[in-house]
Design a protein around this ligand. Structure first.
Ligand SMILES: [Zn+2]
Length: 314
């Protein structure tokens, strides 16, 4: 497991440390950003700051900080069940009951909802009641790649925190330490390909997101071979959802990189092949279509529908 530090995002950190110093926190934060952009790292940082007994917060040394870091703080409660496709109202009702019990040992009671876009409408309405009149010690951290999935009423009562890409200069040392000895040029290309989001960059560098049909896709898409493109998406349609999302992410990254190549940077052989044969508007449209597909995949829309649409548009 890589060392979890929140790099970059300077504006966000400044804003938060000011509110932590003044003790004027919100009761509900909506942490937004794509996969691998540091949402969980930010949530861990905030949880430490909220439970910290030292100075300056988070000190990283006190009992509160250490327990949050180790994932064993009894007053940081994760509301999720990865076996389920959605976060249901029954889970929020449990939170409602639990929220009336004071913290065990911490200063706050923190409820972390890592897949907030999967809250059902009923669950969101139950949550809304809670964030409208929360106990003074309760803080809710809602994480999502897609804030549009949440009811406007929930969003309007939350402070929205947006994860930003991290500039390469701020990330290079960390990437070098965590990406198993890749050289600077490889790191820079990977960072560019992943839009400056470090979790994604690391996943890409360590090969956790390999897409088995990448070569077939590159050839088919460069040649605008409709039959070849359809065959790739027919294969993707049968992947389990987590693999499908990873494959879509890999394709979206490739389009982003090919666009950058067209704008004059150096990229991987795959990206250069696409950039030679496809126009910038075509690549931009493809990146957009893939992003929409990723959002739909995360929202549990059927793989057949997602892949069918992509085969027809790309
Ligand atoms: Zn501390």
């Amino acid at each position: 497991m890589e060392d979890r530090v929140l790099l970059g995002n300077e504006e966000l950190k400044k804003r938060l440390s000011m509110s932590f110093r003044s003790g004027k926190q919100s009761h509900c934060y909506l942490i937004c950003g794509p996969e691998g952009s540091g949402k969980r790292t930010l949530a861990a940082y905030m949880s430490q700051a909220l439970q910290c007994e030292g100075q300056p917060v988070p000190c990283g040394q006190c009992d509160g900080c250490r327990k949050v870091k180790g994932g064993v703080h009894p007053d940081v409660i994760v509301v999720d069940d990865s076996e389920k496709k959605s976060v249901q109202v029954a889970q929020i009702r449990q939170v409602q009951e639990d929220a009336f019990i004071r913290p065990n040992e911490g200063k706050k009671k923190i409820y972390l909802i890592p897949r907030a876009h999967l809250l059902t409408e009923q669950a969101q309405n139950a949550l809304l009641k809670l964030i409208e009149e929360p106990p003074h010690y309760a803080v809710f951290l809602l994480l999502t790649a897609n804030a549009e999935k949440l009811l406007p009423t929930v969003r309007s009562r939350s402070v929205e925190l947006r994860m930003e890409p991290v500039p390469f200069e701020a990330a290079a040392v960390w990437l070098q330490a965590n990406a198993g000895g890749a050289d600077l040029q490889t790191l820079r290309a990977a960072h560019l390909r992943c839009g400056g989001f470090l979790g994604q960059t690391l996943q890409y560098l360590t090969g956790e997101d390999a897409f088995p049909l990448m070569a077939d896709f590159v050839r088919a898409y460069a040649d605008n071979d409709r039959y070849g493109i359809t065959a790739v998406f027919a294969f993707m349609e049968k992947l389990p959802r987590d693999k499908l999302l990873k494959s879509l992410t890999a394709l979206k990254r490739l389009m982003t990189e090919a666009l950058a190549v067209r704008a004059g940077t150096v990229g991987s052989a795959d990206a250069m092949a696409l950039a030679r044969r496809r126009t910038a508007p075509e690549l931009a449209d493809a990146a957009k279509a893939l992003q929409t597909a990723m959002d739909r995949c995360a929202a549990n829309i059927g793989a057949g529908h997602i892949c069918g649409l992509l085969a027809a548009t790309l």
